[in-house]
Ligand binder design. Sequence first.
Ligand SMILES: [Zn+2]
Length: 211
Amino acid sequence: MRIYDVSLTVDQNLPVWPGDPPFQRVRLSKIEEGANANVSQITMGVHTGTHVDAPFHFLPDGTTVEAMPLDVLVGPALVVQLPEEVDVVNDHALAQANIPKGATRLLLKTRSSEFWSRKPLKFETDFVGIDASGADYLVERGVELIGIDYLSIAPYKHSRPTHEKLLGARMVIIEGLDLREAQPGQYMLYCLPVKLGGSDGAPARVILIQE
Ligand SMILES: [Zn+2]
């Protein structure tokens, strides 16, 4: 059995969405200054690093993070490698990927994975996202969970149609996966977002297990 940690490390080096608050961690009490324990405070947006989107992120009446279904967040998942030349995940690109019927959890590994190897990390705008036709394709196929290897499931500056379609179909969205180590194929997925009440998103620890 091998465990793949496909979560990003959340620290001040992590790029965040333009306009979102930067991650900050401040140690409020310090043992070396006489405190009984080290205690930190963090400031971050809920869409920081590896995270889930709840329907409320784009739908005014949508459900929030604590209601996300654990039986979708955990289960068999397929890592799908899309070719280097795919810049936008449209219906054509998904049809070409030969996704087996009945695959309900898909994690898309794209050329964006390589961004996580760049140092220092910075926010990249030319990441690969799913367009409206790709979203329709996934909804029609009955996909229940979709993940991607950069900070949005939709192309930069085209967030709404894709998110609306996917979240409107109650699909779970995982963004900011680090799939560099995970080869295409079948895994057991465990995605456990922090149970934030009333929230439109939440950071998650996501692992893949290959048996
Ligand atoms: Zn998000």
